[in-house]
Structures are given as C-alpha cells and as structure tokens.
Design a protein around this ligand. Structure first.
Ligand code: C5P
Length: 241
C-alpha cells in the first residue's frame, strides 16, 4: 500500500452541468480531482466550476491560456478566486507570458489569502505530428520541442508541464522530482483506446514518474463510472505507485 494521494484527474468533457454535478459527486471519493476544460467552462462558466468544487475534490482548470502577458496575467488573477489546484497555459506563449502568469498566480493568491494554484505549461499537443510542427515553424521533432518548452516553463517559474507518456521518463530525469508532470492518454488495459494513439496504463505512467494522470472516457463513459474509477484507484494502490 502507498500513502501517495490518488493521481487520477478525471476529465469531465461535457457542457451538461447537471450530468457533470451528478457524475463528479459519485466519483469524488475514487479520484484525485477533476479536470475541467473549455467545453465545460464555456457552457457553465465560473458557476459551473464552483458547483464541481463543492464535491471537495481538487480542480484542474485546463483552459490552456495563450495571449499577451498582460491578458494572461489578468485571466489567471480572475481564476484564482475559483481556487483551482492547477491551471494550464500554453508554453509556446513565451517566457514573458509564462513569467507573468506565474507572478499573477502568486500575487492573486496572496491578495485573496488563498492557496496558490500550480501552473502547468502545455508543451506540444499530441494531436500535432512532424508535418504539423513544420507547418507552424516549430522543431519538427516533438521530443526536442517538448524539452525546449519544458525548460522554458521551469526557467520562467512554472510548476510543471503537460506531456505525453513518451516524455515522462526523460523529463523526470532532466527536470527533477519537484517538477510536476501531468499526462493525458492514460488507459487501463481493460478499457478501449478511443481516439488516443499512444497510450500507457495508469500504473506504468506512475512508474515512469507522472504526478497526475488525466483519464476521461474510460471512467465517464463506463457503464458504472464510480466502479471504473474505484478499479483504477485499487490497481494503483496494488502496484504501490
Ligand atoms: O477521454 P480521455 O481520457 O481521452 O480524455 C483525455 C483528456 O485529456 C481530454 O480532456 C483531452 O482534451 C485531454 N488531452 C489529451 N491529449 C493531450 C492533451 C489533452 O487527450 N495531448
């Protein structure tokens, strides 16, 4: 057995507030938190976030902010009162934007006397292949682009990055134990792959060094979502990771 907190962030990708509140209420004891993205936020706004936060589970606000530094800083300040544990920003927004986001999180948390949300930089979207990266003028080797952006995130004062399972081991070695790694594309071996191409099991992702495992549909679309979340939690416990 391990005392590690549950690393699973369940992705609640729906605009339907009532369904999300019911689902998160059932799941809260079996997951480490909920990841709420643009679909849920666009439909339900801050009130929707507050409703899910009432489950008591930590929230990752996955809004992938990317704008000029002043605007991103303002957005982070506006989000801090919602008390998210994690907020995502695009690493490719550049050093000044990342530093402004990190400073804004600190400042707003201090001024509201709230815990500081951890900021994670989105490195390379796994939906982009080498040709896509070339199209937008980026290093066509996703690995080296991820390394470069992860370094920038750490240097600019972010707490960690979002990366694919392929990158966990290398980033963990390079950036140390305290740099947070959040990993989507995680699938237990008893569920379907959906549209995820490169998948890793929860235990394997943890063994490689991931801090947070983003798992959506294997839980939310299961016949019994709470049972699926419980099974994942028990498997992680049994693997002692
Ligand atoms: O349902 P599933 O487990 O595939 O959900 C994964 C979640 O992680 C979704 O919210 C998706 O947008 C997000 N995500 C991803 N791959 C990335 C980045 C984010 O699947 N590279």
């Amino acid at each position: 057995m391990t005392d590690a907190p549950n690393p699973v962030l369940c992705a609640i990708d729906t605009p339907a507030m009532e369904m999300a509140v019911k689902l998160t209420g059932e799941l809260a004891r079996w997951v480490g938190g909920f990841k709420l993205g643009l679909e849920f936020f666009g439909a339900n706004g801050p009130e929707g976030i507050r409703a899910i936060a009432r489950t008591g589970a930590p929230i990752c606000l996955d809004l992938k902010l990317h704008d000029i530094p002043n605007t991103v800083a303002g957005a982070v300040k506006a989000l801090v009162p919602l008390q998210p544990a994690l907020i995502t920003v695009h690493a490719s927004g550049g050093r000044a934007m990342l530093a402004a986001a990190a400073a804004a999180a600190k400042e707003a948390a201090n001024s509201h006397d709230l815990p500081r949300p951890r900021l994670l930089g989105v490195t390379v979207m796994t939906s982009l292949d080498e040709a896509d990266l070339r199209d937008i003028g980026q290093d066509p080797l996703p690995g080296s682009q991820v390394d470069r952006l992860a370094f920038l995130c750490q240097d600019a004062g972010l707490d960690g990055v979002v990366c694919s399972a392929l990158e966990i081991e290398r980033l963990r070695r390079r950036f140390g134990r305290s740099f947070l790694l959040m990993v989507p594309g995680v699938r237990p071996d008893w569920t379907t792959q959906d549209d995820q191409k490169r998948i890793t099991t929860p235990a394997e992702a943890r063994r490689l060094g991931a801090d947070y495992l983003v798992i959506g549909r294997p839980i939310t679309r299961a016949t019994d979502p709470a049972a699926a979340a419980k099974r994942i939690a028990k498997e992680l416990e049994a693997a002692q990771v």
